[in-house]
Design a protein around this ligand. Structure first.
Ligand code: GDP
Length: 313
């Protein structure tokens, strides 16, 4: 039976997650809570930088640099050039306006405010109606093992431009991380949980693997729909395909979506991936096909509506 859904949780990373978040955010009469990834956070110049949360915030507030999909539009880089003159490493591209946000976050962290409260209050100050929720207030960091040793995710992603071969990934701190009460409540109240077309290995898994996160979904029989970030075996942007291959997965939407199989049975895939249908069906899973490439705001809204109009069974 079809009924209208009110409470929606989106589990999201950065760029891919923010695209779908923007579509959902434009739908009236729903309560949207976005649980974002903090495992690629890092410290730069004494400040906590939270790239995925900031991408969500800048996108939903309309401040984002649309060409890049992250950062603030029309930003300048004077602060970074001064730091560079002073001999600091400046490979992490941080604009002047962006720095303002990181300073604000750090000031509040120094006052012992909880990271999830800070993130959501920033969202509210920027007029975002959805809640931006952190899955944990504890520190989790994705680290990448290369042949020269373990490096931080940002070092792999930005400094080394994803060039070293990945041997292993780990999420330092995840085993002892505690889920926030805000994330628990949002999951508990959700009528639909959507897993964004984000990188499953570095954006979604570090959220799902926080102790207790998946069991809330499982125990309460929550309806979960995941959207594949791959189209015809290729990532729209970023290193997902390469990472999946290097870590032993087949780089296609079937293999990639099986990462969520213990909490999700419905998967939205691009029309061009119809060839994978049988593999899902043979596991009693439900593949749903539509256009999943979001280039315009209209694409984002269309996909968001398509997802929330799926029957809840
Ligand atoms: P990051 O943390 O900034 O890398 O962002 P995410 O993990 O949220 O997003 C990266 C993933 O988004 C990549 O694997 C892309 O393939 C996927 N992605 C980006 N744009 C689109 C799109 O328009 N459609 C789909 N299906 N996936 C997308």
């Amino acid at each position: 039976m079809k009924r209208s859904i009110k409470n929606i949780v989106l589990i999201a990373g950065g760029v891919g997650g923010a695209k779908l978040a923007e579509g959902l955010h434009s739908i009236k009469n729903i309560n949207l809570a976005i649980i974002g990834n903090i495992a690629d956070d890092d410290e730069f110049h004494g400040l906590r930088v939270s790239p995925d949360i900031d991408t969500l915030t800048y996108t939903l507030s309309g401040m984002v640099n649309r060409k890049q999909g992250w950062g603030v539009k029309n930003d300048t880089y004077k602060t970074l050039s001064m730091l560079n003159k002073l001999g600091e490493e400046t490979w992490m591209s941080l604009g002047d306006l962006d720095f303002g946000l990181h300073i604000y976050r750090q000031l509040r962290l120094l006052k012992d405010h909880r990271p999830t409260i800070i993130a959501n209050e920033i969202a509210k100050k920027f007029g975002i109606t959805a809640d931006i929720i952190l899955p944990t207030d504890d520190k989790i960091r994705t680290e990448v093992q290369t042949k020269t040793g373990w490096i931080s995710f940002q070092e792999y992603f930005v400094k080394k431009r994803c060039s070293p071969k990945i041997i292993k990934l780990k999420y330092t701190g995840i085993k002892s991380a505690k889920i926030t009460k805000e994330a628990k409540k949002a999951l508990f109240n959700a009528e639909l949980i959507i897993i964004a077309p984000s990188n499953p290995l570095v954006s979604i898994k570090p959220i799902l693997e926080i102790p207790g996160f998946k069991s809330i979904i499982q125990k309460n029989n929550k309806k979960v729909i995941a959207i594949s970030p791959l189209i015809q075996g290729k990532a729209v942007k970023g290193p997902a395909t390469k990472m999946l291959k290097q870590l032993g997965f087949k780089p296609n939407s079937f293999s990639c979506m099986q990462i969520y199989k213990d909490i999700c049975k419905s998967f939205i895939l691009d029309r061009s991936d119809r060839g994978l249908e049988k593999q899902f069906v043979s596991l009693n899973q439900k593949p749903i096909f539509t256009n999943t490439l979001m280039t315009s705001l209209a694409d984002k809204k269309r996909l968001a509506k398509f997802i929330i109009n799926q029957p809840i069974d």
